[in-house]
Write a protein that binds this ligand. Structure first.
Ligand code: ATP
Ligand code: MG
Length: 250
C-alpha cells in the first residue's frame, strides 16, 4: 500500500507495514503484532513523541552503557525489523554484543534475525547457540549465551517480557528497558525505563552517547546524574503526563 508522506499517520503506518512484512518474512512472531498494537495505544497517550521523562531516561541509559564493562543489546523480532541499522550502530559505537533473545524462540527465527542483522552490517550476533540459562525462567524462555547476557553488567532490553526483565534484575544486572507501557512489569522491574517508541529511542541513545563523548564527560559527572535519577519518580511523572492529557489538535 502506498502511503503519502503528508498523511498524518505516515510514521505509524510505515511501522505497521514493517511489522507486517517482518511477520511474513518469519522475523516477527504473530503475537508480535499484538505487542505492537499495545505499544501504539500507549504511544497515542504520550502524543507519539519523545516526552521529557523519556529524554532523561535515554540520557541516563547512555551513561550506563558508556560506563558498562560488558554491555549487551537484546534483540527480538519487532526490534530487528524496526531498527536494524540502529542496533548495529549502537553495538559498534560502544562496543556491545548483540544477542537475539526470543519469547517465541525457534531456531529458524533466530537464524533469520541473525541474517537480517548481518545484512545490516553486524559482524557478530549471539543467540544462535545458547549455552547458559537465566535462573528462575522456564528453559525455552531462559536460554541465553554465556558470552552475552550471562556476562553482561548492563543490558538493554527493548520490548522485553516482564518475567525475563525481572529475572535479569534478580541476577544483579542493570536493566534498561524501552517500553511504551509505563505500567508493564518490564517497566516496573527495570532500573531505567524509557517510555518511548524504540524507533525514536534508539537514535536518541546513540546521539546521547556521541554527545557525552564529544563533551568529554567524566565518569564522576555521569555517576552523579545516574545517582540523581529515580526511575519510579520518572514513571510517576510519565503517568501524570498521560493523566493530564493534551486535547489540542496539531
Ligand atoms: P509485561 O510482560 O512486561 O508485563 P506485556 O506482556 O504486556 O508486558 P509484551 O507483550 O511481553 O508485554 O511486550 C510488548 C511490550 O512492548 C508492550 O508493553 C508494548 O507496550 C511495548 N511495545 C510494543 N511496540 C513497541 C515499540 N515500537 N516501542 C516501544 N515499546 C513497544
Ligand atoms: Mg509479558
Amino acid at each position: 500500500m502506498h502511503v503519502p508522506k503528508s498523511h498524518p499517520r505516515y510514521e505509524s503506518l510505515k511501522k505497521r507495514e514493517k511489522i507486517i512484512d517482518g511477520m511474513k518474512a518469519g522475523i516477527v512472531a504473530e503475537a508480535g503484532l499484538i505487542a505492537h498494537g499495545r505499544g501504539e495505544a500507549f504511544d497515542y497517550l504520550i502524543g507519539e513523541r519523545t516526552i521529557p521523562e523519556a529524554e532523561l531516561a535515554e540520557k541516563i541509559a547512555a551513561y550506563h552503557l558508556i560506563m558498562a564493562k560488558h554491555p549487551v543489546i537484546s534483540v527480538n523480532g519487532n526490534t530487528a525489523v524496526l531498527v536494524p541499522d540502529e542496533l548495529v550502530k549502537l553495538s559498534e559505537l560502544l562496543p556491545a554484543n548483540l544477542e537475539i533473545n526470543l519469547f517465541y524462540r525457534s531456531e529458524k527465527r533466530v537464524r533469520i534475525i541473525a541474517e537480517l542483522l548481518i545484512k545490516h552490517g553486524a559482524k557478530k550476533v549471539l543467540g544462535e547457540k545458547p549455552d547458559a540459562t537465566i535462573p528462575g525462567l522456564e528453559h525455552k524462555r531462559g536460554v541465553c549465551s554465556e558470552e552475552g547476557t550471562m556476562r553482561a553488567d548492563v543490558i538493554l532490553i527493548p520490548l522485553e517480557d516482564g518475567d525475563r526483565a525481572m529475572a535479569l534484575k534478580k541476577m544483579g544486572k542493570t536493566v534498561i528497558a524501552i517500553d511504551l507501557n509505563p505500567l508493564s512489569r518490564t517497566s516496573k522491574a527495570a532500573n531505567i525505563t524509557i517510555v518511548d517508541d524504540v524507533v525514536r529511542a534508539m537514535p536518541r541513545i546513540i546521539e546521547d552517547i556521541k554527545r557525552a563523548r564529544e563533551k568529554g564527560l567524566g565518569k564522576e559527572v555521569m555517576k552523579g546524574d545516574i545517582e540523581a535519577f529515580d526511575n519510579s519518580k520518572n514513571l510517576i511523572c510519565t503517568l501524570k503526563r498521560i493523566k493530564n492529557g493534551d486535547l489540542s489538535l496539531y
